[in-house]
Design a protein around this ligand. Structure first.
Ligand SMILES: *Cc1c(COP(=O)(O)O)cnc(C)c1O
Length: 241
């Protein structure tokens, strides 16, 4: 990476931190209520290393193989040793074996089938995996995520049948990208679902993963504890590799 690109990357990162702080301030939440997950899909290991050097610890990836390769690339870089890798993309059931036990948090658990695949794998390795249930807050408009009416059944399944899965909360990915306030009802819906799970099942479910580059301020106002930001840190991705 050339020096000006590194400077630009750092500048963008600092700007996101400032805007996140402002978003917390605006709704009266302490800044440390909200963790920033830097979404580095399609970005180089070098770019991840630069942001890690600036103090970022949580990184999110969408593709299992890409995440594993990047981790491997950075394994020997001392200041990257403490990185917590998050899986934010859809995990196909057949990839569960490679995913289980590898990530600090899997944000995208969205079916009983997938939970069962994770549990089978974790039973063999003896490790545990923290997960969020990804909720389809938009019904028909959206493909990934469990429908709200099926969420309780999924949560029951995880808590009763999957002792190696630790359900930490909920995640959503509204279909209205970069729409700022337009995504807000989806965030409010996720919050309300979490509250109803809490009161029905007595679970803590401390995490709400919601908000991306275009809408994280609205998500913070609606109670996000994890915001997943890619473009505003790393620049526009070319996804058609
Ligand atoms: C790519 C991605 C993000 C980051 O989106 P940006 O708009 O680039 O900030 C967040 N969450 C998920 C699930 C993603 O796939």
């Amino acid at each position: 990476m050339i020096v000006s690109a590194i400077t630009e990357l750092r500048r963008r990162y600092e700007s996101v931190l400032e805007r996140l702080e402002a978003a917390c301030l605006a709704c009266g939440r302490p800044r440390n209520d909200v963790a920033l997950v830097a979404v580095s899909k399609f970005c180089s290991a070098r770019a991840v290393s630069e942001i890690a050097a600036a103090g970022q610890a949580d990184f999110g990836e969408s593709y299992v193989l890409e995440a594993l390769a990047k981790r491997e690339d950075l394994a020997k870089v001392p200041h990257c040793a403490g990185i917590r890798w998050h899986m934010v993309g859809h995990v196909q059931t057949r990839k569960a074996a490679q995913t289980a036990g590898v990530f600090a948090l899997v944000h995208s658990l969205d079916s009983v089938r997938s939970a069962a695949a994770f549990e089978r794998r974790l039973l063999v390795s003896g490790s545990r995996q923290a997960v969020l249930a990804q909720v389809n807050t938009a019904g028909e408009l959206q493909k990934s995520g469990v429908r709200p009416e099926e969420l309780f059944a999924l949560v029951d399944y995880i808590t009763e049948q999957c002792p190696h899965l630790e359900l930490r909360g909920l995640m959503c990915l509204p279909p209205v990208f970069d729409a700022g306030e337009a995504a807000r009802p989806h965030f409010a819906r996720l919050y309300a679902l979490r509250e109803s799970l809490r009161s029905r099942l007595g679970l803590a479910l401390p995490e709400l993963s919601m908000g991306m580059s275009g809408d994280f301020a609205a998500a913070v106002a609606e109670g996000a504890t994890l915001v997943r930001i890619g473009t505003d840190i790393f620049g526009v991705r070319s996804e058609n590799r």
